[in-house]
Ligand binder design. Structure first.
Ligand code: ATP
Length: 244
């Protein structure tokens, strides 16, 4: 695991006759943003599954700077959330933690993050922005989403609730079917952008765990073993996070 910093990779040197030139090779990179409050096995499975399915060279975990009052739920300090991400991914050389958003003083727009990562990579990253299907409805309202959709590839993954594989309450209450969930996007994005998002949808194995569930368990003194990597569990205990 590395913490992502400015990089300047170049593609392989090719020769055409006597002329040498550097060919640009776009590197497929996944980006998984979230509050990671805390990171759990659901996040790791999504990242690993996306890496394999999309042939990603790396997956960046980008903890978001969140306003505690806006979140309306207990929030661990940014440095603890980043540290837990680092601990969770330490054994996977394809995973990296990025403090891009945390370094900014304010909660930031995704387009700024993607822009910054593109600049850091010298424009060589083909960024696959991983978004949970639960976020899809909000995507239309994202800042400059049409431009963002041209700067990266949105990949929507279905979380357990959206898959409808289990007779869950959300489905019973009329949660839109996955294909209908794209409808709100049609007003904000071009038809070709919506079609590309529909094509790139991936399904992930059912991992019915959330950070909310982890925090509740800690508060209630219940076990979180195996729901988060052991190093993260120890960190939560040592730092006394989420006790109230
Ligand atoms: P909270 O319970 O506090 O809302 P969360 O568990 O949803 O948090 P986030 O950090 O908000 O975690 O999630 C980051 C991304 O990971 C989001 O796109 C979210 O949809 C996805 N994600 C979270 N948990 C799972 C899971 N169990 N399976 C698949 N995707 C998940």
């Amino acid at each position: 695991m590395r913490l992502v910093g400015p990089i300047g990779q170049i593609g392989p040197i090719s020769r055409i006759g006597s002329i040498s030139r550097v060919t640009a090779r776009m590197i497929p990179i996944g980006l998984l943003g979230g509050s990671f409050n805390p990171i759990h096995v659901g996040h790791l499975v999504v990242a690993e599954e996306a890496r394999g399915r999309l042939g990603l060279e790396r997956v960046l975990f980008v903890p978001a700077r969140v306003s505690p009052h806006k979140l309306g739920k207990p929030l661990a300090p940014a440095e603890d959330r980043l540290r837990m991400v680092q601990l969770a991914i330490a054994d996977n050389s394809a995973f990296e933690a990025s403090d891009t958003e945390l370094r900014r003083g304010e909660p930031s727009f995704s387009i700024d993050t993607v822009q910054q990562l593109r600049e850091q990579s010298g424009g060589e990253w083909d960024i696959h922005f991983l978004v949970g299907a639960d976020t899809l409805a909000e995507l239309a309202a994202w800042h400059r989403v049409r431009e963002l959709a041209d700067m990266c590839k949105f990949v929507v993954f279905s979380r357990p609730e959206e898959r409808g594989a289990e007779p869950g309450p959300s489905r019973a209450e009329g949660t839109p079917r996955p294909q209908d969930a794209l409808d709100p996007l049609r007003a904000a994005l071009r038809d070709d952008q919506v079609a590309a998002i529909a094509e790139r949808r991936i399904e992930i194995p059912l991992i019915g765990v959330s950070s909310t569930d982890i925090r509740r368990r800690v508060r209630e003194g219940r076990s979180i073993r195996y729901l988060v990597p052991e190093a993260v569990r120890r960190y939560i205990v040592a730092k006394g996070l989420y006790r109230q």
